[in-house]
Design a protein around this ligand. Structure first.
Ligand code: SAM
Ligand code: SF4
Length: 327
């Protein structure tokens, strides 16, 4: 029987983010330190069988309806199409967030395995700036990856762009234009304090209001619509698609949050900013039944905090960086 994954505040959780690796081939300044992190040994990663089992329990018993694969860079996990094929058999909306560098090679096998849509992260269209932000000269590969995703029919292809003051805030309109021209919806993301180097600062956050004002001045927008997704979405008045903002810092969407997370090594988290997590891998490898795994998840969600406290004195940075949690 399916129960719903409801927390102590009555919020029902239907969206599961699964990180399939902590590794990455880029080193985005806002996500990972320049030297990278110590990668988990393979034995510590959940196997595909384990991921499939946890996902099955959450879908069949606890009402999860959408699954997004993330990382680290999920496409670096060997055999990713095999995992996609396993998860595509579940009755869920399955998607992937990727830096796009490998999509020219992997878009076709991922679609063949059952992937339908994809989010590609891209914060700049300038080659020198791409290299400054990611510490790799890979802009052309990402652009080729976006083209490949469109060519194989992934739909929608969305673009995620983290906006940082003094870094890429002068490119908001260029990125919006790129999205309109390519037929990809851009989601601007407010910069969150999850950078591994701990250099986040409130002044570096470009607010949703600033982002929308810039886009609206160039390409007039209709009034916003707010769905269950964390992004607030605006349609362009001329009908050429839509643009969204994820206002994680200036308008925390914690009251409407329906997301839970599984890290690459099998830690279940109820929030990006959670300071505690539940070790499902030990349960799986210790022979626990599906019932016991489900109960551990239910207990964890029941204890979910009301919301994050970014910008307030009581805020505690999580021990993990974004790349280790899975954005
Ligand atoms: N490597 C993949 C990618 O870049 O899309 C998936 C993992 S990445 C951690 C997922 C998303 O988190 C990306 O869109 C990235 O831009 C975003 N992200 C990373 N660090 C962030 C931060 N400090 N604030 C806001 N978004 C961040
Ligand atoms: Fe890698 Fe994605 Fe983090 Fe960039 S944002 S370092 S691509 S995990």
């Amino acid at each position: 029987m399916t129960r719903s994954l409801t927390d102590g505040f009555g919020r029902v959780h239907r969206d599961l983010r699964i990180s399939v690796t902590d590794r990455c081939n880029l080193r985005c300044d806002y996500c990972m330190p320049e030297d990278g992190l110590t990668w988990l040994p393979r034995s510590e990663l959940l196997t595909f069988e384990e991921v499939e089992r946890v996902a099955g329990i959450l879908v069949d018993r606890l009402g999860i309806r959408s699954i997004r694969l993330t990382g680290g860079e999920p496409t670096l996990r060997a055999g990713l199409p095999d995992l996609v094929a396993r998860l595509a058999r579940l009755d869920v909306d399955l998607s992937l967030t990727t830096n796009g560098t490998t999509l020219d090679r992997l878009a076709a096998p991922l679609v063949a395995a059952g992937l339908r849509r994809v989010n590609v992260s891209l914060d700049t269209l300038r080659r020198d700036r791409f290299e400054d932000i990611t510490r790799r000269d890979d802009l052309d590969r990402v652009l080729a990856g976006i083209d490949a995703a469109l060519a194989v029919g992934l739909d929608p292809v969305k673009l995620n762009a983290v906006v940082m003051r003094g870094v890429n805030d002068d490119e908001v309109v260029d990125l919006a234009r790129f999205g309109r021209e390519r037929g990809v919806a851009v989601r601007f993301i407010e910069f969150m304090p999850l950078d591994a180097s701990g250099r986040w600062d409130r002044d570096a956050v470009v607010s949703q209001d600033e982002i929308v004002a810039a886009v609206d001045a160039a390409f007039p927008l209709e009034p916003p619509r707010r769905g269950s997704a964390p992004a607030t979405v605006w349609r362009y008045r001329d009908g050429r698609g839509e643009v969204g903002v994820v206002p994680s810092v200036t308008r925390a969407f914690c009251d409407d949050c329906d997301r839970v997370r599984l890290t690459a090594e099998g830690a279940f988290r109820t929030c990006l900013f959670a300071t505690s997590e539940t070790d499902l891998r030990s349960l799986l490898r210790g022979g626990a039944s599906d019932e016991v795994v489900a109960e551990a998840v239910v207990r964890s969600v029941d204890a979910k905090e009301a919301g994050h406290l970014i910008g307030q004195p009581a805020f505690i940075r999580p021990r993990r960086s974004m790349s280790q949690i899975g954005g």
